[in-house]
Every structure is written in structure tokens, then in C-alpha cells.
Design a protein around this ligand. Sequence first.
Ligand code: SAM
Length: 321
Amino acid sequence: MSYLEATNDLYKQAALTPDVGLCCTTNPVWQLPGLSIPTIMQEMNYGCGSTVSASDLVNDPKVLYVGVGGGMELLQFAYFSRQKGGVTGVDVVDEMLSACNRNFKIAEEENPWFRSEFVKLLKGDALNLPIESESIDVAAQNCLFNIFKLEDLKKAVAEMYRVLKPHGRLVMSDPVCEQPMNETLRNDDRLRALCLSGSIPIKDYVKVLTDAGFGTIEIRARKSYRILSPNHYPTEELIHIESIEIAAIKDPMPEDGPCVFTGKTAIYYGGEPYLDDKNGHVLLQNQPLAVCDKTAAALAALKKPIHISESTWHYDGGGCC
Ligand SMILES: C[S@@+](CC[C@H](N)C(=O)[O-])C[C@H]1O[C@@H](n2cnc3c(N)ncnc32)[C@H](O)[C@@H]1O
């Protein structure tokens, strides 16, 4: 059995018998006016963060969500889009699609504004999406891509890139790990499917996205996720897994390389009212400006009175590339 078949099998079981501890998120349950998330959807929250952000969802976007789980994030996307077929969910596991569909019926009872027809569910594979090219404004996946081995991860990202319109965005939540993992962990199909042994360092994850052509990357959150300890897993050292929320925007690739925002801020503290780096950045005296890592490095190289903060890993817009 390949690791992809093992993954399908695991999520078939997770659809038939909801498993509250399967994945894990510290995100609070959403409290928004008129939104009730059915208990079964919360129990089937197999994500590791959130991909739904109001700021991505202006102008009635067409949303694609790959790897549907119990449907909670599809319902959250539908909360903002509220139109027939505004959100499309794709999953390769029949039982997961059926469970998601059943959960939508419960959501209809709890949410007067919601109709199941707001979400179109399709059987399909993240590696070969049944979606037209350049038809999607916001594509999302939560806790699926980390399962893929590198070549499959590249295919999955290329598929998301293909279906997005120009300037469309891919929003994701996934585990990442900065430590090396041994081959026993890496090759354990079940641990991989459980989102425990496929994760890669943030730098490598970002490289897959920028190699696919995404010109702008935003790291929006970074949190502690799991510990693999020798008591419970085949490892001789503690391995710390984190999860990140990250958006990749299908902007053209800048000539000098991608803009990757990790939450750095520049503040000019010199004697002039402002500093113009003659490269598109004007820093007003003592005013913070969110900058991408490339600009942060270029400003630092000027050797001017500019304070560059560390990455907060919490970028929420307003930046200057
Ligand atoms: C870890 S769960 C995450 C579910 C959901 N995103 C959430 O946050 O609750 C992974 C999901 O991806 C689906 N899946 C697994 N392999 C897939 C593939 N190759 N293509 C599409 N969906 C897949 C599983 O059936 C499951 O619904």
C-alpha cells in the first residue's frame, strides 16, 4: 500500500468514526453573529490552525477548499460568501465527502442563513484537481499538504497555482518542523498521514511556493503544535513540531526575487523627517513600516539609523515589499 493509499484509508476511518484527537488546533471556536458550528464539525476539525480570514474574502470571491474534513472551514467560508456554489470543496475520500454533506444538513438546522447549496462538494485529488484553470480567487487547504512527500507537495502546489486567477491567493495551515527527522519517522505512512512526520522547515515550505511562481508570501501565524518524544515515537531526541498559517499570492515574481513577509518592521530613527531608499520605500521618522525579508535585508545594508525588528511570524497586511 502506498503512503497515499494509507492516507485515504486513515481518513476513511476518521470519517466513519470521528476522532477528536486526530489533529489539533489551539484556535478558539468561532463566535460570529449568527454562526453556529455544529458539534460534529468541531469533533471532526482535523486542521491545525485556520485558513479563513475575512480580509481575503472581499468582492464575492470564488473559494476552493481541498481536503474537506468535517466541513467546518467550508461553513466558515460560506458564512462570508453566502451564494450558490460560492465555495467548492474537493476530497479524494468518498466517506469524508458523505460525512461533510451530512454535517451541512445539521449546519442548515442551526444556521438560518446557510444552505447546503452554498458549497459544491466534488470528488477529486489534490494532485490532479477537477477544477478549471484560473477560475478561483481564494484556494485553501488545512493540514493536508504536509502529508505529501516532496514531489507530490510540488504537484499539489502547482495544481493550486494553476486553478488560481492572477493575484488569487492560496491560504494554508500546516505543520512545519525545523529539526531533522529520521528515516524511520519519515517512512512511517501512518504517522505521515496523521500529520506527524511529513512536515518540513518553513524555509523549504516557502521555497516550494515561490518555485511554483507565487511572488508574495505572508506568514500569518506560527504556533507550537506537537512534540514527538522517545517515549512514544521512534526518535532518540524530542522533536518539536509547529504549525503555521501562510498565504501565497499569485502576484508576478519580482525581478529581484519573491517578497516573503515574516513580520519584520523597519523604523527610521535618524534626524531627517523621512528616509527614501530610492527603491520604492519611504520611511517616515519613527513610523513603523512592515517590510518583507528582502527589503529588511536591503534596508539593513544601507547602514542608516533604521531599526529592523525580528520576524514576529504574525504578518497581517499593510506591508511594503
Ligand atoms: C488532516 S485532514 C484535514 C481536514 C480539514 N482540512 C480540516 O481542517 O479539518 C485531511 C483531509 O484531506 C483529505 N485528503 C487526503 N488525501 C487527499 C488528496 N490526495 N486529495 C484531496 N483530499 C485528500 C482527507 O480525506 C481529509 O478530509
